[in-house]
Write a protein that binds this ligand. Structure first.
Ligand SMILES: *Cc1c(COP(=O)(O)O)cnc(C)c1O
Length: 359
């Protein structure tokens, strides 16, 4: 397919973009999709298409990657961060509702959009989020960048809000080196996303523009790569879940070690296997474990640092307690690539067990 794209000379424009969009929409179960240059670009356009602008508020999960919150800032809007639910690590809907009730009581402006994040592939609880947002006319943008192949009840992640967003960045479960997708059942809205992503060029023989556009379209070459990757997605999800199960088997009995819980309402793609470490019980801290692995050339990394603790978002309000910050303090993402062998997982687990003095 890639060679076909090269041979046909359709490097930039060409038929693979459209077919990749159709395949993604069919896989996720939505009417329409727009292939874009990154997940961040897709989040930015999604917010613009919800008419988010200066002075507006967008509520989002504090436990996420910076791209989620940056997209809010690109629109000139203010993020309102919501703490994580300890049972799922996703947006705590009770906290969200509480934040909205308080704003209503104080006659403060409500968020125009709620943007939950399906963190580490785990779906947020959309039925409850819809219940809180619909009556207030708040739109929902699902940041499913990490959750391709995950499910919520009988639906797939990416199909759960008014707009869903995926990333095909190099670290994600399937990749086009860089790329993203915006999906919705609103076909007109998706057509508008395509228009905006191609410099908002009006239909005219000359170059005519009536609104500010962006250079956010995915190239034909990368779309061909995406289609090929989509074919192996299900096997990758199966392998990542297997890797998670191996870690659970080998580490689940350690005192103070817990694996990221799985919500009862869906299946997580287990993009990354994350654990938390209670240093008092295990006898070593998360950071000591990370450095020990690093010494043995095993790369692990702390869980996302919450947005309300980031210098760039200092001063933004955060609603909740210290759930996300606790997960950050104690959380570690273990090597989880689909190509990781059983023996490699075994070796990592042995390193951790020995380091904690447990045979
Ligand atoms: C990767 C990621 C993004 C951004 O996607 P890019 O394709 O890297 O721009 C957005 N949100 C989350 C939660 C991500 O993990």
């Amino acid at each position: 397919m890639l060679l076909g794209a090269l041979d046909s000379n359709w490097i930039s424009l060409g038929p693979h973009v459209e077919s990749f969009e159709r395949e993604m929409a069919a896989y996720v179960g939505v009417d329409s999709a727009a292939a874009l240059s990154s997940g961040t670009a897709a989040l930015h356009l999604a917010l613009l298409l919800c008419d988010v602008g200066p002075g507006d508020i967008v509520a989002t999960s504090t436990l996420t990657f910076a791209a989620t919150a940056n997209a809010i800032r690109y629109c000139g809007a203010q993020p309102l961060f919501i703490d994580a639910d300890p049972a799922t690590w996703t947006m705590d809907v009770t906290r969200l509702e509480d934040a909205l009730l308080r704003r209503e009581a104080n006659a403060d402006k409500l968020p125009k959009v709620v943007m939950p994040v399906d963190i580490y592939g785990q779906s947020a609880d959309y039925d409850r989020i819809v219940e809180v947002c619909r009556p207030r006319g708040i739109r929902i943008v699902e940041d499913a960048a990490e959750a391709l192949g995950s499910t919520y009840k009988d639906k797939r992640c990416g199909a759960l809000g008014d707009i869903g967003v995926f990333s095909f960045n190099g670290n994600k479960i399937i990749t086009t080196a860089s790329g993203g997708m915006l999906l919705s059942d609103d076909t007109e809205l998706v057509a508008r996303a395509r228009f905006m992503s191609a410099q908002a060029r009006d239909p005219a023989p000359h170059y005519q523009h009536s609104v500010v556009g962006y250079n956010y379209r995915l190239s034909n070459l990368l779309a061909a790569l995406g289609s090929a990757q989509l074919e192996v997605l299900d096997s990758r999800v199966a392998r990542r879940r297997q890797i998670f199960a191996l870690y659970r088997e080998a580490l689940g009995d350690l005192p103070g070690v817990a694996l990221m819980p799985e919500a009862s309402y869906g299946a997580c793609n287990r993009w990354l296997t994350c654990i938390t470490i209670d240093a008092e019980l295990l006898g070593v801290t998360r950071e000591e474990v990370r450095l020990h692995l690093e010494k043995h050339e095993v790369e692990s990394c702390p869980v996302w640092k919450p947005m309300h603790l980031q210098p760039v978002f200092a001063g933004c309000s955060c609603h909740g307690g210290n759930v996300a910050s606790q997960i950050f303090e104690t959380g570690l993402c273990l090597p989880s690539g689909s190509s990781l062998g059983d023996d490699a997982v075994d070796r990592i687990c042995t390193l951790i067990r020995r380091f904690a003095g447990i045979p």
